[in-house]
Design a protein around this ligand. Structure first.
Ligand code: PEP
Ligand code: CO
Length: 452
């Protein structure tokens, strides 16, 4: 039953955690009003299609690959950067599809991932207390006091950058760049001769041969749309509720409400309060919803959240994105799975092996160890095996560049090398080679699962 008391602004009746301290509420309202007149970024039909695809994920017929920046920025906004993020996700998807024989649902943390929750409202820089950076939609990363003052106008820029990013992604994925005949082109020059790049090349060659074989059998691949185009969806954390409300529109076909800022929205580990504004807001929109779950998750609360967000128990509506950390997953995940099962909730299980494995080096850099990421993935797969549930997908922070933000991997990046190319505005991301290495690793985990 639809909750008749829901409206796009009913979240205002609840406590909204992690909202910036906007200095001028009138200015905020002017911006939100303007945003509410802008065209939607995505369309309800696409969102429904993603829900259907996530239903397949939850039931083990497809695998979800969700990834991108921790925080997109206004500075990193070039065609090449967008193309390279798409390339790495297409490469990872090719590795998984070829290796595990599963179709891959591709969802970027892109075209809208501009707002961040923070553990502290302020931080001290050179003895001075300034607001924490909350993402480019809110304030600037620079460490002077005035840069950190929240400015609602930045949400307008975030909207326009999202629109242009999505436009290019649509052109790339529908216009021939994602064509399976181009698998070799996705491998970037700087990585071609690395072990992971070479391993990828051998898969690309095998895909070529498979296509030549089909062609030789008389199958016309030139007009096979599925090989020439791919679906690529967008997602971000639904954090700034004014922004999300302004982009929430009623679909004229179904009369349902959709948050048209992205195909999929997730609620963060810090804002999933059962009585909070974020859950209230997400309860009324019809997009697929991700729920980030860390070690502090209260199981009883989660059961109420699932009833609130998915009263009709629709497959594909909910993806539970667990981010426990390699050392804690064994303690927390099994109980969570058992309760979800006992209560009959239909969910997709997704592993985010990044956010529970962050630590700060002695020189003050936030990083993650590649081995901890692998360990959390191993545990995720083996726990789901024990519980007879489905490891449906993965959620990563990654980039197509050769950054040095996470330690380890085949390149053996060490703590001292982090300074070489540490560029993230927020959390440390896997670089190109680490991302490929991880895709091969997951492909092996999936193959093992298929054999059993
Ligand atoms: C994130 O995805 O960048 C994030 C802040 O995650 P979480 O809510 O899981 O901490
Ligand atoms: Co992050």
């Amino acid at each position: 039953m639809e909750d008749k008391s829901w409206s796009p602004d009913s979240w205002k009746r609840c406590t909204a955690l992690q909202q910036p301290e906007w200095p001028d509420i009138d200015k905020l309202e002017i911006v939100n009003k303007e945003l509410s007149t802008f065209p939607p970024l995505v369309f309800a039909g696409e969102v429904r299609s993603l829900t259907e695809q996530l239903s397949e994920v939850a039931q083990g017929k497809s695998f979800l690959l969700q990834g991108g920046d921790c925080a997109e920025t206004f500075a990193d906004f070039t065609a090449n950067q967008i193309r390279d993020k798409l390339k790495i996700i297409l490469q990872m998807a090719a590795i998984l599809t070829y290796g595990a024989g599963l179709s891959v649902v591709k969802v970027g943390r892109i075209a809208g991932q501009f707002a961040k929750p923070r553990s502290k409202e302020t931080e001290y820089i050179n003895g001075k207390e300034i607001y924490s950076y909350r993402g480019d939609a809110v304030n600037r990363l620079s460490t002077d006091e005035s840069s950190r003052i929240p400015n609602p106008k930045r949400m307008l820029r975030a909207y326009h950058q999202s629109a242009a990013t999505l436009n290019l992604l649509r052109a790339f994925t529908q216009g021939g760049f994602a064509d399976l005949h181009k698998v070799h082109l996705w491998n970037q020059e700087f990585i071609k001769r690395s072990p992971q790049g070479k391993k990828y090349e051998s898969i690309a060659m095998a895909i070529d041969s498979a296509m030549k074989f089909m062609q030789a059998c008389g199958i016309n691949l030139d007009n096979t749309k599925l090989l020439r185009r791919t679906d690529f969806f967008t997602s971000h954390e639904a954090l700034l509720l004014g922004y999300e409300e302004a982009l929430t529109r009623q679909d004229s076909i179904s009369n349902n409400w959709y948050d048209c800022s992205a195909h999929m929205l997730w609620v963060g580990d810090r804002t999933r309060d059962v009585n909070g504004a974020h859950i209230e807001f997400l309860g009324g929109i019809h997009n697929p919803i991700g729920i980030k779950l860390g070690p502090t998750t209260k199981i009883d609360d989660l059961m109420v959240i699932l009833d609130k967000l998915n009263p009709e128990n629709i497959w594909g509506r909910i993806s539970l994105i667990t981010r426990m950390g390699a050392e804690k997953i064994d303690k927390f995940l099994p109980k969570l799975i058992q309760s979800v099962k006992e209560n009959g909730h239909r969910v997709g299980w997704i592993c985010d092996p990044m956010h529970g494995n962050t630590f700060t080096t002695t020189s003050g850099r936030k990083t993650r160890a590649f081995d901890a990421i692998l360990k959390e993935l191993d545990s995720f797969f083996s726990i789901h095996d024990t519980e007879s549930t489905i490891p449906g997908g993965v959620h990563f922070e990654l980039t197509g560049d050769n950054v040095t933000e996470c330690v380890g991997g085949a390149q053996e990046i060490n703590v001292d090398q982090l300074e070489n190319k540490y560029e993230t505005a927020c959390d440390p991301r896997l670089n190109n080679e680490q991302s490929l290495e991880l895709a091969f690793y997951i492909s092996d985990l999936l193959k093992q699962r298929n054999r059993e």
